[in-house]
Design a protein around this ligand. Structure first.
Ligand code: FES
Length: 322
C-alpha cells in the first residue's frame, strides 16, 4: 500500500457520546508536542492495525494543537473499521493516521452559515460550529437522528444554543411525534448570501442536492461518507505518464490506480472510492470520466484534475502528470 505522510498518535481517551457512537481523543507522541494544524471540516485517515483504512472527520476546535478528536458510529455492516474502533481499540494504544485533509472547508466570510446534519454527519459540522462561535459569526443547526439516545453531542449543542442564541433544531423521526427534517423548507428560508452545509446519509444528501439546485454553487457545501456511483472500469484507453514517458493500457474491469499498481507505480491513495481526494492527479491531455465526489461540477468541467482511484476516460488516451 502506498500512503501519504502519516504520523503516530496515542489514543488518550475514549468517550461514550450516544448509543453506538464513541469519540476518540488522539494525542501526539514524543518527541512531537503538537499535532499538525487543521481547519474545520477536515478529516484524517486512520490506518488500523487490522489493515483497514478509514477516514474520520475531526470534531474538535481547529485552535487545539494538542489533540484530534474523532467520532465513530458503530456500523452494523462494518467490514472491520468501526467495529475495530469500538471493540478492540483501547485507551493507550497507538495509531497511525494521515495528515489532516479538508475537502469540506468552511467559508468564514459568509453572513450566515446553516448546518444540516444527519446522524454521525454531525462530526465535521461540530468543528465548524466551534469555529463560527470562536469568530463570533452567526450560524444555525438542523440536526436529524432517529432517536435522541442515538444522537451525539445533543446536550453540548443545547448549552451552546442557550449561550449563543443560535437557532438549533433537533429532529428525532423515530420518536413519538417526530418528523423528518424539512430540507426544502430550510433551504427556502435561507436569507440571501447564506452558505449551507450538509453531512449525513445518502437520502439526506439527495434531498439536500435537489433542494439547493438553484442556489449559487459556492454557497452549497456537501460532505460524503460513501461513494455515490461505481468506479469507471470500462477500460479500453491508454494512460501516458508525462514524467517518465511510460504508458499503460487500462483493461476493462480495472481502474487507472489498479493498472498503475500493476506496473509497480504506487501513487498515493486512501479511500479508493472517490471521496477523500488523496489520489488526485493533474490531467495534461485527454478527457476524464469523472466519478468522484471531491471535485465540484465546475472543477470537473475544467478537466485539469482527476481522481485516479475511480475515474476513467472518455477519450482513448489520458496524459497524467505522473
Ligand atoms: S483514494 Fe480517495 S479519492 Fe481516490
Amino acid at each position: 500500500m502506498s500512503i501519504t505522510d502519516t504520523l503516530q498518535v496515542r489514543v488518550k481517551s475514549i468517550t461514550w457520546e450516544a448509543d453506538g457512537i464513541l469519540s476518540f481523543e488522539l494525542c501526539p507522541m514524543p518527541p512531537r508536542k503538537e499535532l499538525p494544524a487543521f481547519t474545520a471540516g477536515a478529516h484524517v485517515d486512520v490506518h488500523l492495525p487490522n489493515g483497514v483504512l478509514r477516514s474520520y472527520s475531526l470534531l474538535n476546535s481547529q485552535d487545539e494543537r494538542q489533540r484530534y478528536v474523532i467520532g465513530v458510529n458503530k456500523d452494523a455492516q462494518s467490514r472491520g473499521g468501526s467495529r475495530y474502533m469500538h471493540e478492540t481499540l483501547r485507551a493507550g494504544d497507538t495509531l497511525t493516521i494521515g495528515l489532516p485533509r479538508n475537502n469540506f472547508p468552511l467559508d468564514e466570510a459568509a453572513p450566515l452559515s446553516v448546518f444540516i446534519a444527519g446522524g454521525i454527519g454531525i462530526t465535521p459540522l461540530r468543528s465548524m460550529i466551534r469555529r463560527m462561535q470562536a469568530l463570533g459569526k452567526p450560524w444555525r443547526l438542523h440536526y436529524a437522528a432517529r432517536t435522541r439516545q442515538g444522537a451525539a453531542f445533543v446536550d453540548a449543542l443545547q448549552v451552546l444554543r442557550d449561550e449563543s442564541g443560535a437557532e438549533v433544531q433537533f429532529s428525532f423521526d423515530r420518536e413519538p411525534g417526530g418528523r423528518m427534517l424539512d430540507i426544502p423548507g430550510i433551504v427556502t428560508a435561507l436569507p440571501p448570501g447564506a452558505h449551507v452545509y450538509c453531512c449525513g446519509p445518502l437520502p439526506m444528501l439527495d434531498a439536500f442536492e435537489a433542494a439547493t439546485k438553484t442556489l449559487p454553487p459556492p454557497q452549497v457545501h456537501v460532505e460524503y461518507f460513501a461513494a455515490r456511483e461505481s468506479a469507471a472500469t470500462d477500460g479500453g484507453f491508454t494512460v501516458e505518464l508525462a514524467k517518465t514517458g511510460r504508458s499503460v493500457f487500462v483493461e476493462p474491469g480495472h481502474t487507472i490506480l489498479d493498472c498503475l499498481e500493476g506496473i509497480g507505480i504506487e501513487p498515493p491513495y486512501s479511500c479508493r472510492e472517490g471521496i477523500c481526494g488523496t489520489c488526485e492527479v493533474r490531467v495534461l491531455g485527454g478527457t476524464p470520466d469523472h466519478r468522484d465526489l471531491v471535485l465540484s461540477a465546475a472543477e470537473k468541467a475544467e478537466n485539469t484534475r482527476m481522481m485516479i482511484c475511480c475515474s476513467g476516460a472518455k477519450s482513448s488516451k489520458l496524459v497524467l502528470d505522473l
